[in-house]
Design a protein around this ligand. Sequence first.
Ligand SMILES: [Zn+2]
Length: 253
Amino acid sequence: MKTSMLGVSAAFPSEGDACSGYLVHSEDTKILLDCGSGIMSRLPRFSSYDDVEAVLISHLHADHYLDVHILRYALAYSQHKKTPFKKVPLLMPPGDYARLANEASAERNKLDDVFQPASMSEKSKIRLGSFELSFSLMNHPLQSFAMKVSGRLGKTMVYSGDTGWTESLIEFAKDADLFLCEATLQEKDKERAFDAGHLTATQAGEIASRAKVKKLVLTHIWPEYEKHQSLLEASETFSGFIELAEVGGTVEV
Ligand SMILES: [Zn+2]
């Protein structure tokens, strides 16, 4: 199972980066976790638009979903569109699809032309090609879900989405082969982290450590921060393998 980093910045992109988007792929299945602004410029390196089998949005903050509208343009108007066209499942937290559909209708477009909407919940277990997906509700100002992708060979990757400290993430990430965890903040922000609904790198390390994950990849770091400082802080609380998510990079487990 491979995870390609289409965009890794929190809130707004640093130069050459994009906001959140991760393509998880195996030999026969490609799914997109989050579709933040700017990721569409990097998707073609890894996949054609219509080979993406499903799009999953963790929550409706703009840096995690804006390019759904751009993906819609590509799916609806690409000159290389496959026929017959198969609608792409778009999974979101309950109720959020209506808001997105409203945005599209403001420009007289219909998301339903290209997407098949569905809701995610803590009870859902969804099979998409060779992947099985499950979800856990996180601690964030909007309803936001962490996602777990399990592959055929028993490998798992867990993506935190956006969250402040929550014990649920420790349980959910248990024994993951890859833990792609947000580390928006650093030690200097620790007093405000919980209210902000984000993790410090130290907390990401602590969660990884208590969940006994095999590999921790730090992502969604504030774009104005020195990333190596985040790596250093996470390594205070996690002694296993850690790396920084690098835009355009791919991690295999
Ligand atoms: Zn958010």
